[in-house]
Design a protein around this ligand. Sequence first.
Ligand code: NAD
Length: 284
Amino acid sequence: MSRPRIGFVGLGQMGRPMATRLAEAGYPLTVFDAAPFAPIGSATSATALEGVAGVDVLILMLPNSAVVTGVLDELAPRLSPGTLVVDMSSSEPLQTRALAARLSERGLRFVDAPVSGGVRGAIAGSLAVMAGGDPGDLDELRPLLGVLGKKILEVGPVGSGHAAKALNNLVSAATMSVTVEALQLGAAFGIAPETMNAVLNSSSGRSNTSENKVTQFMLDGSFASGFALQLMAKDIRIAVDLARSLDRPAEISDRVAEQWSRIAAEVTPKTDHTQMYDLIGDPK
Ligand code: NAD
């Protein structure tokens, strides 16, 4: 498909820079968010959800499966058969499969294509995209996804992208938990967190947290990565729910889920996930 007409729903921390890149790449684009939003370049701003109906590809970048399902329940009857629905949110794989099956009955195609790389990656177009769906549909989407990400990983059938994303964030969160714990323990022993993080980054304990989050968002007190703590807690919950549904043990993952769920219940939707640096050291 060359230059498909794109509808884009969800212009938050991630969706807005992603939609901006698509507009800048010349795609005919119609955008919508439930909250008031500023126009995006050449894109048409829809004033209601139904304004994105007449498109070839519908991209969703929404908080979770419940919101995605609500939006598609409303919109699906207005989409033409053959429309390719692409859920780039971090959604629940089993709900994604059920949703894709329902949409398929209406002749709608579905690909899950969640991303990793944060707001910086969304702005730079350097996201990792993990895609689940029909290989032909993924081929069709490649040029478009290439505007948003540098690595487009085909993971498997529908739902596999969402499963892979939740598992990635489980690893990311667990690494953050233990990294922050080590920094706090080091500090209690008299090692400055800056020094301890330099040790990690020069040694086998280094991670995405130690390399890209500790100095950048934690030690300077900015906590401004743009990824909400409650969204990360949601992703970890999706991963451990997956373990339950597969009847697989997940001992460490369950501990990580308990910790993030407890802290997520005590913060606001705006609290950044990097604030774990402050919150983890003070268990109630
Ligand atoms: P966000 O909360 O900043 O944005 C979500 C947007 O959806 C908001 O603008 C909100 O108004 C809109 N919205 C909510 N309900 C709606 C509805 N019914 N109709 C239309 N719009 C609606 O979240 P985000 O950080 O952009 O994350 C979006 C998704 O991407 C989440 O699933 C998140 O887990 C995932 N994600 C986020 C990051 C990150 O760094 N922020 C990175 C990778 C993946």
